[in-house]
Ligand binder design. Sequence first.
Ligand SMILES: Cc1cc2nc3c(=O)[nH]c(=O)nc-3n(C[C@H](O)[C@H](O)[C@H](O)COP(=O)(O)O)c2cc1C
Length: 446
Amino acid sequence: MAKQIHLAAFMNGGPMGTTGWRHKDADPAFMKASYYRNAARILEAARFDLAFIPDALSMPRSLGNSFRPAVEWGSGTPRLDPLVVLGVMAGVTQHMGLAATISTGYHEPYNLARELATFDHMTDGRAGWNIVTSFQDAEAQNFGEAKLPPREERYARAEEVLQATTQLWDSWDDDAIIQNKPTGVFGDPAKVRSVDYKGKYVSTQGPLSVPRPPQGYPLLIQAGASPRGRDFAARWADIIFSSNESLESAIAFRADIRKRAASFGRDPDQIKLLCAASVVVGETDAEAQAKHEAFADLVHPLAGLSRLAYHCNVDLTKYDLDGPLPTLEDVGVQGHYEEVVEFAQREKLSIREIGRWYGARTEGNMIGSATTIADNMEQWMERGAADGFMVQATHLPGAFTEFADHVVPELQRRGLHRTEYPEGTARDLLGLNRPQRDEWMNRAER
Ligand SMILES: Cc1cc2nc3c(=O)[nH]c(=O)nc-3n(C[C@H](O)[C@H](O)[C@H](O)COP(=O)(O)O)c2cc1C
């Protein structure tokens, strides 16, 4: 059988992207539960592996040190809390994984472990955690700090948070609850233990008040692209989400991650790399291209620049907008910065032009007819660039509907995508092993 393509859906807890709200078919009701229930039903009918919600703990305010562009152009705001939104989606689905982005920088291990373990129980093993370290000073400022700590420190804290959180999940054996009504014994105290984790950044005693999650650990997802971020992902992640400017850079990225994973003693096949794929589907390639261009025309250049400044955590207004992008030190999201540099150097763009492009940028070269998109996806899989895709929609729900109605049947016809769900957890859908108790020891930094 052909290698199966794993499909995840990237959807905001709010309007999509920079200008998704302006699309003529965009549903404006993104503050209503019905908007998310509708998307969830579409994705599960299309047999997606996972729905994924990104997040940040602030309004974007890097451009001109103001939230004004974000509000005025609707770029990257509002953002509802992902776990709450996913709880709504869980109520109308039964199989698909549901992954929330939560920062290690501004959460404590106990809260994290408890919320995600509860969500995993309430969904019969469908919870996922996109582990991020936060990337904007505006986030730090919402928690009493003037600036984000340096990248090294952010990852050092993330490492501690992961060690503590996984130990909290492991604080109960899978069979610790007995519930013997005649004897009155509820649980076996020998199968529950304290954690007593004491780190430089976080400490917790445990045990957790929630028994071990059905998946052992919820799906661990990561998208770091700096060398430190790649090492962290290669040790901890079950799924890596990457966004690459070309097929070649995606191939190099996956090879690098697999090499790092093997050097840490992990089976590289137990890490699924999902590449960002912004899909625009048409009857023909020309029609899809025209649809994309019409959408790109809606993007205000300042909205694109606001998004770029937000991802880079740099106020780009301090540079000449008609000049080239200077080399930026210590950017927020290394991965996005690298893609921008690759594209801008190739196309010789000024900062203003980069902003216009960035606001409507599409990833993974997935604009075309269903056949073209399926061909491209197949090619990315065959060339070793991906284990699947994080499908990004320009707007909701229409972009997912078009993908589900046209591309998914084409992938199914080629035997590349399931037609029915198997029984089991999100880990089972993705071909990922359930971590045994104390698996954290194999993933922790040594
Ligand atoms: C495709 C992609 C998606 C990301 N999504 C988020 C997100 O939703 N929230 C967030 O705080 N960081 C997000 N990040 C940031 C990273 O997870 C990471 O914390 C950040 O890039 C800093 O690490 P790095 O410099 O190693 O890349 C994303 C990064 C990439 C490449």
